[in-house]
Design a protein around this ligand. Structure first.
Ligand code: GTP
Ligand code: MG
Length: 455
């Protein structure tokens, strides 16, 4: 895997990807070998082999695969975000204007397939909706940060899969954030500073002064200086066009001095002389979008699309995504070195994490067991107490029942006695009554006889 040939190919590929100029004819074999790795032996070739076609192969492969580029436009409502995108890519993207009555900031993402010559570009344009519309703007940056992190997370999840399909994966990581600054002519709003500060470690920020036709030339110069000094004093890191590639170092360093670009957007075509140009027409004159004396639109297009698009993609992967990935993996417990600064293998990290997890699991299990035993003991004691109470209650009730029974028996006995006495009295009374009746009957007969004799 580490043969000089592979290292050499890697160097060529890297040089191509990183746009380090390759001087194929002039680069001596010894120099190649030195760059390919210390200790590699320089071997001269006796004739043409053909691996010098690697860059062409890479270009062909990339062209057939197509490219993707994802732009995030952050800016207050109506600052000309959609118009600028249409102007930059010379097309009409969005149909409907956005709704701006939501309580918070939202992000709207649209993917487009573009083709120029034989190069296909999958362009993802993400726009903020309702940014700066709320009374309380404290949390306005949060949905943007979350959106960027979600794209990183999706890529990380794809990377961590056992079966990865990164070559066909639709990479939605944001390659650049065009930050639209309102053309106030004064200073940056605190919303701008807070948002840019929160985003600068996650995305390549290119600040632009939107609708710059609203500011006069002298005001614009002062405004640019003010913005730059505010960004510096607040420690906001904006994207710097790279100067390590000598083919573009000069233009890039010049353009770094022009930031933030003051842009004007328009898709309207106006006839100037005998040429149709994109411009904005006013009663007092015409602002030509692609006239460098009028605005920095051409500079922006040049830097964003024609010179540094690949660097923006690369910075996203090697700087911003790398940072996200590192933090995420560290959060998950992965480390490169152990406490003795020895390299940590993935297997060891996994084992360590697994042991830590198993230890925690056992501890939790033991805690739960103890808790269970304790609960059982408590329940047992509760049940015993309840049983005791029940027994006592039963005894009390039994005694009560016996007392009651005894009382009733006594009562029954006294009632029986009373009944017997009553019966005796009744018999005696009946006897007396019958005797009285008998005595009463003979007196009546005698009286009847005396009455008959009288008549
Ligand atoms: P939302 O998506 O609703 O937040 O708006 P936006 O930021 O996409 O703004 P949009 O491109 O819809 O433009 C809003 C208005 O500003 C339109 O009337 C545009 O014609 C106008 N506009 C766009 N760019 C410029 C510019 O550079 N200068 C001036 N003066 N007006 C512009
Ligand atoms: Mg819009």
């Amino acid at each position: 895997m580490n043969s000089p040939l592979v290292s050499l190919l890697r160097l060529v590929l890297c040089s191509f990807l990183f746009r380090v100029p390759i001087r194929r004819e002039t680069m001596a074999a010894t120099e190649i070998a030195r760059q390919a790795g210390e200790g590699a032996r320089a071997v001269p070739l006796a004739g043409h082999v053909g691996f010098d076609s690697m860059p062409d192969q890479l270009v062909n492969k990339s062209v057939s695969h197509g490219f993707c580029f994802n732009i995030l436009c952050v800016g207050e409502t109506g600052l000309g975000k959609s118009t600028l995108m249409d102007t930059l890519f010379n097309t009409k993207f969005e149909g409907e204007p956005m709704q701006h009555n939501q309580p918070g900031v939202q992000l709207k993402s649209n993917t487009y397939e573009l083709q120029e010559s034989n190069v296909r570009l999958k362009l993802n344009v993400v726009n903020t909706v309702g940014f700066g519309d709320q009374i309380n703007k404290e949390d306005s940056y949060k949905p943007i940060v979350e959106f960027i992190d979600t794209q990183f997370e999706a890529y990380l999840q794809e990377e961590l899969k056992i079966k990865r399909t990164l070559h066909s994966y639709h990479d939605t990581r944001i390659h650049t954030c065009l930050y639209f600054i309102s053309p106030t002519g004064h200073s940056l709003k605190s919303l701008d500073l807070v948002t840019m500060k929160k985003l600068d470690s996650k995305v390549n920020i290119i600040p632009i002064i939107a609708k710059s036709d609203a500011i006069s030339k002298s005001e614009l110069t002062k405004f640019k200086i003010k913005i730059t000094s505010e960004l510096v004093s607040n420690g906001v890191q904006i994207y710097q066009f790279p100067t390590d590639d000598e083919t573009v170092a000069e233009i890039n360093s010049t353009m770094n001095g022009h930031l933030p670009f003051a842009v004007v957007g328009s898709t309207e075509e106006v006839k100037i002389g005998n040429k149709m140009v994109r411009a904005r027409q006013y009663p007092w004159g015409t602002v030509q979008v692609e006239n460098e004396n009028h605005c920095d639109f051409v500079k922006l297009r040049e830097m964003l699309i024609r010179v540094n698009m690949e660097d923006l993609r690369e910075q996203t992967h090697t700087r911003h995504y790398e940072l996200y990935r590192r933090c995420k993996l560290e959060e998950m417990g992965f480390k490169d070195t152990d406490p003795d600064s020895k390299p940590f293998s993935l297997q060891e990290t996994y084992e360590a994490k697994r042991n830590e997890f198993m230890g925690e699991l056992q501890k939790k299990e033991e805690e739960m067991r103890q808790m269970f035993v304790q609960r059982v003991k408590e329940k047992e004691a509760e049940l015993k107490e309840a049983e005791k109470e029940l027994h006592e209650k039963f005894d009390r009730l039994k005694k009560l029942h016996q007392d009651e029974k005894k009382k009733l028996e006594d009562k029954k006995k006294s009632l029986d006695d009373e009944l017997n006495t009553f019966k005796q009295k009744k018999t005696a009374a009946e006897l007396l009554q019958s005797q009285a009746q008998q005595a009463g009957g003979s007196t009546t007969l005698k009286r009847d006889k005396e009455r008959k004799n009288f008549f």
